[in-house]
Design a protein around this ligand. Structure first.
Ligand code: AQP
Length: 332
């Protein structure tokens, strides 16, 4: 079976972008691949260092993953911090990563803009830790959203550099993966960026939102004032609505609104009402299941423990091989 790795930062509530960019692929892959999925708690410390939030975020994320359909019996589901081999590989890869290339990464530049008072080295080396997360299991496919594409390219570079420097093909070169042709990017409802856990809350649909809040957010989504001139390109706010509708609504409903758009008879209010109801029907069962699961902390702890065991067994083998290649095997 091919090896698959992916993680989500424990920085807040999961949203539709996380679901359609990442989790939907996890669920589809869990049968046929050897899957390692983790809560990226170390990664969250670069931007969310408050100890009072961490634990709740980690347990909720686990519950939301399982409520979405992930089966902990079929995959290794673990916390990044339970696998110290990741930190060791991160250290080794740091010797192959250059300050200049890390400073050029767009997500680093975004973070510098967002938190100029805390430009920590963890932010700069984020792509190195992410590479360690992936390479520690020698994974080939990484189900992620479009925003992670460039980080994957860096992971391939680090893998290649390691292999070249130490003269053996220890690491395969991993690719960003999505069922379907393109990587997914779910836009925010106000059209200003992507949905995100910790920014722009009213323009992001969370898997924990109440029915009422979902309706309110969708009805406030930006649309233009009316149908565009015939033949004019579809405005981004409208194509965003169609993209969301395609994700959760019946194909017939989407087709009807598309036809109405083309005839210039579309009423955006009606479209948003339909979208809101379909969104409620999609999110409510996940929300309710996740809330129930969160009550059962002993169960979630057991999952973390089992997941960590599976992940460490795989990671330990990789590190043993990496150490030997570097020459760190003084007692053998
Ligand atoms: N809008 C999105 N569309 C598609 N995929 C997305 N992902 C995130 N947003 C979208 C994918 O979800 C996985 C987890 O990524 P993350 O933990 O970085 O999530 P986030 O929502 O981007 O989180 P934050 O805390 O708000 O982080 P930053 O500050 O990094 O944006 C990934 O597979 C990601 O592609």
């Amino acid at each position: 079976k091919e090896i698959v790795v992916s993680g989500i930062r424990s920085t807040g509530f999961l949203h539709l972008g996380n679901y359609f960019g990442a989790i939907r692929n996890y669920i589809r892959m869990q049968e046929d691949y050897n899957c390692y999925f983790f809560v990226a708690d170390w990664h969250s410390l670069t931007t969310h260092p408050d100890p009072k939030d961490l634990r709740g975020n980690v347990f909720r994320l686990l519950a939301e993953n399982i409520a979405s359909g992930l089966d902990p019996e079929k995959v290794a589901l673990y916390a990044q911090s339970d696998v110290p081999e990741i930190a060791e590989l991160y250290l080794l890869l740091n010797m192959l990563a250059y300050k200049g290339e890390l400073e050029k990464v767009p997500t680093f530049k975004d973070k510098v803009r967002l938190q100029p008072q805390n430009v920590n080295a963890g932010l700069l080396t984020y792509p190195v830790l992410m590479s360690a997360d992936i390479l520690v299991h020698r994974a080939i496919k990484v189900p992620v959203g479009k925003d992670q594409e460039q980080h994957l390219e860096m992971a391939r570079n680090f893998a290649q550099r390691f292999n070249t420097r130490y003269g053996e093909e220890l690491f395969p070169e991993p690719i960003a993966f999505n069922f379907g042709d393109n990587l997914v990017r779910i836009p925010s409802l106000d059209g200003t960026g992507k949905m995100s856990k910790s920014e722009n809350e009213m323009a992001t649909l969370y898997l924990n939102d109440t029915d009422e809040l979902i309706r309110k957010k969708v009805m406030k989504a930006k649309t233009d004032s009316g149908p565009a001139e015939p033949g004019a390109p579809m405005p981004e706010t409208i194509s965003n609505l169609f993209l969301l509708m395609q994700s959760v609504s019946a194909p017939d409903a989407v087709d009807n609104f598309r036809l109405a758009y083309e005839n210039q008879s579309i009423r955006y209010g009606d479209m948003k009402k339909q979208l809101a109801e379909d969104m409620v029907a999609f999110i409510a069962p996940i929300r309710e299941k996740a809330q129930a699961l969160q009550q059962d902390v002993p169960y979630l702890r057991r999952i973390l423990k089992d997941g960590a065991e599976k992940a460490r067994a795989s990671a330990a083998q990789t590190l043993q091989a990496a150490r030997a290649l570097i020459g760190i095997n003084y007692y053998q």
